[in-house]
Design a binder for this molecule. Structure first.
Ligand SMILES: Cc1ncc(COP(=O)(O)O)c(C=O)c1O
Length: 399
């Protein structure tokens, strides 16, 4: 039996595809420090579970396809903080940011259409875009340049006539790159010039460091009709298992397209939407503590990484990821070796190898993505394990 060309063109996620090796290592009694997945260890605010516990209906019924009214209202109030005026019909609640992205690309793309994206990018965009029949037109960035892409020359170089959209993740996963207001303006002008949709994935909006300003594309009225914002409670409120996200767009045709798909999948989970509404009702100060914690972790990881001879790494301005180029030919091979051959005092480490975060074949083979979602003492040890592993790997003659 034959599978579709779409699914055959997809890859397994580099964030999860080595889990089997980690599982075996743990079965053998090794402790594995996980830096591979963006699963925060920060506690989910108790308001979520309290709201779920207070549910007092006798039937757990289907919700509206567009989402629970209370949640939509809470999201609108949240956006008021940024001076963005959002109406009820502009929001469609989804099963996480992941479903939001799948729906959006299904609405935008026909077979062969392209989406511009800075590479390295959040690897699951490969899957979302391929599932909709599309391809990525990569804006290639490098570790040496700090993965910066909001540059008109770079954008023009990546553009092709098949491009229908430009997708932006700000702050960036996996690079942690953050855009200034001037950078956002460059992207808006470019999108208007080439008549592109702007898909702005802002799931890390609050995680901006060094006193940097939180930004949202929702503040730019000139692009309102081509703008699609994707958002989620997963990272913002450390509630990945809730599976609640949303799409925000003022484009009426897009709203209709999204609603057709939303009605086909009926609705999002009723209880989780109640919990998510309580999260969006939390005051803006809620983020201060989390932001400080992540900023300290970023400083810690960067400091420890810079102790590794031959590493190329820039200090990122946001999200909770850092990319690093290691002095090895293949970070896939090095990771398998770390999980199968190596330990220091019964401990080893797992990162996400970065090749799968690129669209251009051959790029990213020496790079890794680290999610700094552990306590600082664990981060120090995990990076030490990468350093010790590298020393031994090289001493054994691997390249
Ligand atoms: C940039 C980005 N967008 C979207 C998602 C999807 O998140 P979720 O489906 O949990 O909302 C993730 C998850 O890691 C992400 O990093």
């Amino acid at each position: 039996m034959k599978l579709s060309n779409n699914v055959m063109s997809m890859q397994f996620s580099p964030i999860r595809k080595f889990n089997g090796y980690a599982f075996d290592a743990k079965k053998k009694g090794k402790k594995v420090y996980h830096l591979n997945i963006g699963q925060p260890d920060i506690s989910t605010p108790p308001a979520f579970l309290e709201a779920v516990k207070n549910f007092d209906e006798t039937v757990l019924a289907y919700a509206e396809s567009g989402g629970d009214t209370k949640l939509i209202e809470a999201v609108i109030q949240y956006f008021n903080r940024f001076g963005a005026k959002i109406e009820t019909e502009d929001i469609l609640i989804t099963n996480g940011g992941s479903e939001a992205l799948q729906m959006v690309f299904s609405c935008i793309l026909d077979p062969g259409d392209q989406v511009m994206m800075a590479e390295p990018f959040y690897t699951n965009y490969h899957t979302f875009i391929a599932a909709a029949g599309g391809e990525i037109a990569p804006i290639t960035t490098t570790a040496e340049e700090g993965y910066f892409y909001a540059d008109p020359v770079k954008l023009e170089k990546a553009y092709t006539e098949n491009c229908k959209a430009i997708a932006i993740v700000n702050p960036g996963n996996p690079t942690g790159c953050t855009l200034s207001e001037a950078d956002i303006q460059v992207i808006c002008d470019f999108a208007v010039k080439h008549d592109l949709w702007i898909v702005a994935d802002e799931v890390y909006r609050e995680f901006v460091y060094d006193g940097g300003k939180m930004n949202t594309f929702a503040k730019y009225p000139a692009i309102a009709d081509r703008l699609i914002i994707v958002d989620s409670v997963s990272k913002r409120f450390s509630a990945c298992g809730a599976r609640v996200g949303f799409v925000l767009t003022k484009n009426k045709d897009m709203q209709d397209g999204l609603m057709k798909i939303a009605q086909g999948r009926l609705c999002c989970p009723t209880l989780e939407m109640l919990g998510a509404a309580a999260l969006y009702e939390l005051p803006g100060e809620y983020f201060n503590e989390t932001r400080t914690e992540y900023e300290q972790r970023r400083d810690c990881v960067y400091r420890e990484l810079m102790k590794i001879p031959g590493i190329v790494c820039q200090k990122p301005g946001g999200a909770f990821y850092i990319m690093a180029k290691l002095p090895v030919e293949s970070t896939d091979d090095f990771l398998v070796w770390l999980l199968t051959e190596f330990d220091d005092g019964g401990e080893t480490v797992m990162y996400a190898p970065a090749e799968g975060f690129y669209a251009t074949p051959g790029l990213g083979k020496s790079e890794i993505r680290i999610a700094y979602i552990l306590k600082q003492e664990d981060l120090v040890r995990a990076i030490e394990l990468i350093r010790l592993g590298l020393e031994k790997y090289k001493a054994e003659g691997h390249r």
